[in-house]
Write a protein of this length. Structure first.
Length: 193
């Protein structure tokens, strides 16, 4: 039996690792180190897709260019503004204050590099509605580590979940890896039954 992984996950995210494990595909983790800077005139969708693509290609290279690699990226879009990972606790507080009582969109892109000239990719956009979050709760939440490495400064599966009134789209996409779309790509790549 071949024990080598079918896929490289080009991400250090424990959430993406947990989600990918649900698909029962063998993989190893090789986080991609890329510059995550939006280009002038780049739309949110184009940006998140480019990030997923660059991560997948970096993972493919890290795997010796012999193993398919999956890259993914997630951003929060609030009234035309991209909310990435907060750079500080005050930044996290400001993000959550802007999301409180509002509707926003979570963009999650997935790319699978089979070789440099053959990459499969997709984009999921999910609408999330927050109820009002008390200011003291936001301050307390942002004292912990949970919001600090999440786009939009919250984890849907964590403490902020109690204030989410509605999700129209993919719950796993809001977590960071839309499972349905990922499974479709893996099947197209011949890596999943």
């Amino acid at each position: 039996m071949n024990s080598s992984p079918a896929l490289i996950l080009a991400s250090g995210s424990p959430r993406r690792r947990e989600l990918l494990q649900q698909l029962a595909v063998t993989f190893r983790v090789a986080p991609a180190d890329i510059d995550e800077i939006i280009a002038d005139g780049e739309t949110p969708g184009d940006f998140v897709r480019r990030m997923a693509l660059e991560k997948a290609l970096a993972g493919f290279t890290a795997g010796g260019s012999t193993t398919a690699a999956l890259g993914s990226d997630t951003i929060v879009l609030m009234k035309g503004r991209i909310l990435g990972k907060p750079v500080s606790r005050p930044d996290a507080v400001a993000m959550l204050q802007s999301l409180s009582g509002q509707v926003h969109h979570v963009y999650s892109a997935v790319a699978i590099a089979l070789d440099p000239g053959r990459v499969l990719e997709t984009l999921n956009v999910t609408e999330v509605t927050f109820s009002d979050m008390p200011a003291d709760w936001i301050e307390q939440y942002c004292q912990g580590e949970e919001p600090m490495d999440k786009a939009g400064a919250y984890a849907v599966q964590g403490g902020a979940g109690q204030f989410i009134r509605c999700i129209n789209g993919s719950y796993s996409g809001v977590m960071g890896l839309p499972l349905y779309e990922t499974a479709v790509l893996l099947r197209q790549a011949g890596l999943l039954i």
